[in-house]
Design a protein around this ligand. Sequence first.
Ligand SMILES: Nc1nc2c(ncn2[C@@H]2O[C@H](COP(=O)(O)OP(=O)(O)OP(=O)(O)O)[C@@H](O)[C@H]2O)c(=O)[nH]1
Ligand SMILES: [Mg+2]
Length: 256
Amino acid sequence: MDVETFFHELLKNNKRLIARAISYVESEYPQAEEILKKVHQHSGNAYRIGITGPPGAGKSTITNQLAKLYLQNGKSVAIIAVDPTSPFTGGALLGDRVRMSDIGKVENIFIRSMATRGSLGGLCKKAIDTADILDAAGYDYIILETVGVGQSELDIVKAADTTMVVLVPESGDSVQAMKAGLMEIADFFVVNKCDRPASEQAANALRTILMLRNHDEKTFLPEIVKAVAQDNLGIKEIALEIERHQTHLNKFDLLT
Ligand SMILES: Nc1nc2c(ncn2[C@@H]2O[C@H](COP(=O)(O)OP(=O)(O)OP(=O)(O)O)[C@@H](O)[C@H]2O)c(=O)[nH]1
Ligand SMILES: [Mg+2]
């Protein structure tokens, strides 16, 4: 198939060809650059949401619920889940797949899991190229999930329009997050698993840390949303927070 036909099909949301284009990017095939050149002429319409946080905080559960909400509102959603590097999350990944399969067969959704395969350096570019492909294919929302442990993972979500950092109520989580550089990249926070004890204290501790930061009138002050993602609680509030941040970006012309 020539590039023109290939690209035409990609723009029509032909999932098979989208998947192939992403594989070209992942494997660094020579065709990738040619496809990406065309992709970039057609991307820029999707809204990109980054979701990060410590392993097991509930990022995939939130992604799943948020995607469902958007689908109910008639939007299309692409999810890029960048595999965590730490081996102990392998079990959770399998869990991911089970939950993800929940929505995997729906027409307006595309899910792609990207492996790090040791080449961390190229990962960020590959994830963003993948987002560009899905953007050109016409998806309304692109959700990028990464575990918030390394610079490369953080760079991926930094490329999003709105980034949420997911924490859990366990004591010290917000301090850990601060150390990992998660505070700076968050447009808002989610304290997930609020069915557990001490969630109010956790939110307050986080609020205290946030108040110490410098800000001016152009600064978007990050809110804290409490959620129980597995029970679908707090998801509408998360969507509202994303919208509030989007409005802020538009108001100050900060959308790139
Ligand atoms: N108690 C409780 N458990 C939850 C909640 N949300 C998610 N979980 C559970 O927490 C575990 C991890 O959830 P995931 O959504 O896979 O977390 P994750 O952040 O994507 O994990 P990694 O991608 O491996 O870093 C799963 O067993 C979920 O069922 C919640 O609100 N309350
Ligand atoms: Mg996950």
